[in-house]
Design a protein around this ligand. Structure first.
Ligand SMILES: [Zn+2]
Length: 179
């Protein structure tokens, strides 16, 4: 028995309900959530997203990496030039969380061990650590603002998800990408 098997069974039940019908490629809520891959931090659950409601990009920490910027630029280009979306595009909501597994990267010995075993750059790994989610939210919203690759028609915001209460707190209110 493969671990994926029960999930595939649930998929068949999902397909039978027709729950996939009506979803569109442009997100209904016009939001792109960037958040952590931690299984406790699934925005489909804590933001109660339905299928097609939002774009979700997840990685370790929910950090704004060069890959994330490329994805956002592409979604913006696709929305404008293929889907014909006029005016404001979508809001990019960065949601970091407490008790993040990346926080262990702030420990020098732990980080050096991973850098050694992976061959990755220790300084870059240190930058990935989310120890204070409000602080890294601010860093990553600034990364969005200073990325010339992104469309001026985006808005941005920053939030913290608390894994012990299930609550999201806004720390950077929604504003245009560039003032
Ligand atoms: Zn995390």
């Amino acid at each position: 028995v493969a671990n994926i098997d029960p999930l595939l069974q649930r998929n068949r039940a999902f397909a039978d309900t027709g729950g996939y019908e009506g979803a569109t490629i442009f997100p209904k809520d016009a939001v792109c959530v960037i958040t952590c891959l931690d299984p406790r931090v699934d925005p489909a659950v804590f933001l109660q997203l339905g299928l097609g409601d939002a774009v979700v990009i997840r990685n370790a920490g929910g950090r704004v990496t060069p890959e994330v910027l490329t994805d956002l630029a592409y979604i913006g280009y696709l929305s404008t030039n293929m889907l014909g979306v006029d005016g404001p595009l979508f809001e990019v909501a960065v949601i970091h969380h407490n008790q993040c597994g990346t926080s262990f990267l702030a420990d020098d010995e732990f980080r050096r061990g991973f850098a050694r075993s992976s061959g990755l750059d220790g300084a870059a790994l240190a930058d990935e650590a989310v120890t204070d989610p409000a602080r890294t939210d601010a860093i990553d919203v600034e990364r969005l603002r200073s990325a010339p690759i992104l469309s001026d028609r985006l808005t941005v915001s920053g939030h913290v998800y608390d894994v012990t209460t299930g609550l999201v707190t806004t720390v950077i209110p929604t504003a245009p990408l560039r003032g």
